[in-house]
Design a protein around this ligand. Structure first.
Ligand SMILES: Nc1ncnc2c1ncn2[C@@H]1O[C@H](COP(=O)(O)OP(=O)(O)OP(=O)(O)O)[C@@H](O)[C@H]1O
Length: 300
């Protein structure tokens, strides 16, 4: 559905995107994560046809996006930095959308009044930051887009409304195979909704994986041996992302063949061996640590 092929972009001498390729399947939710300045918004602005790339292509439904109104009509884009016409109310925006988008669904817009509970006659610019985000999402999902591209969609929205926004998104993906790309720093919430996650760093895509694979690939173990030693050959086929010890108990974050490594440890007869699940947030932190983006222990 969405293909980004070898996309590169420089702002003057700064390489903001460096040979990015990614694939998003129809009817799936792709989570784009990365530290501040990684290039997420820049990538999104190429995917929505705002920026023109230096090299590469963005293809949606088989066609290039840039300067292609036919393709852009399929996409709803909720940017991080929202803009609304100064005098417009939500109702007036809905009337405008109705004229612009053939797929506008008035019935849905009306039904979602119950969900968003925002006065549609109030000027949008007079609403709070979180309410503006809600309005942007409400209007976008009411024209039944085939693709939704969302940059920090729940930033500033309260927890109850955030849950409702995610639920609406998941519902449209399940019911009408909408395709979603969402950038967020809220990894706990992304983890619940995404099928695939892409981790960006310094303009590059470090990792792109289905979330289930990502979680089975990176794992945490707690291990202890009676003699207190761990032979190095246990980890010969695996990458140690992180290691620490509390007394004789060692905690490892490992990446690689889980079964082989666990088998090797078990053969050595450990006193303790626990394999613990990792959250997406932990995976992100350890992967970033692996590329030198460390979380230093700061003592104040
Ligand atoms: N229009 C621009 N002109 C020059 N540099 C830019 C421009 N837009 C972005 N950049 C630079 O490109 C890099 C990537 O920025 P971008 O906004 O894409 O990051 P991001 O991953 O979305 O970050 P955040 O999580 O903070 O929103 C940054 O170093 C930024 O300063």
């Amino acid at each position: 559905m969405i293909k980004v092929k070898h996309l590169s972009k420089k702002f003057d001498d700064y390489q903001a995107l460096d040979d990015i390729s990614l694939n998003i399947q129809k009817g799936s939710i792709y989570g784009l994560v990365g530290p501040n300045g990684a290039g997420k918004t820049t990538l999104i602005k190429h995917m929505t046809g705002v920026y023109i790339q230096d090299e590469g292509r963005v293809v949606i439904n088989g066609s290039n996006v840039y300067e292609n109104n036919g393709v852009k009509e399929l996409i709803a884009y909720v940017p991080d930095d929202l803009y609304f016409f100064p005098q417009y109310t939500t109702k007036k925006m809905a009337e405008l959308y109705k004229r612009i988008f053939k797929t506008w669904n008035q019935d849905r817009y009306e039904k979602l009044k119950e969900v968003f509970k925002i006065d549609e006659n109030k000027k949008i610019n007079k609403l709070s930051k979180g309410m503006k985000k809600q309005v942007a999402f409400w209007l976008s999902i009411s024209y039944m887009p085939q693709v939704m591209i969302l940059d920090e969609p729940v930033d500033g929205i309260d927890p109850v409304m955030r849950k409702k926004v995610w639920n609406l998104l998941v519902q449209d993906v399940a019911e009408r195979k909408m395709t979603v790309l969402v950038s967020s720093h809220n990894l706990r919430e992304l983890e619940d909704v995404c099928d695939t996650v892409g981790i960006m760093h310094e303009g590059k895509l470090l990792i792109e994986k289905e979330i289930d694979d990502l979680k089975s690939d990176v794992y945490k173990i707690q291990v202890a041996f009676k003699n207190g030693e761990i032979s190095k050959d246990i980890f010969s086929d695996t990458k140690i992302l992180h290691k620490e010890n509390r007394g004789s108990i060692f905690l490892y974050i490992l990446k690689g063949n889980r079964k082989e490594t666990i088998d090797k440890i078990e053969k050595k007869g450990p006193a303790i061996l626990d394999v613990l699940p990792l959250t997406l947030e932990e995976i992100f932190i350890y992967e970033m640590e692996g590329v030198g983006y460390e979380i230093k222990n700061i003592i104040l």
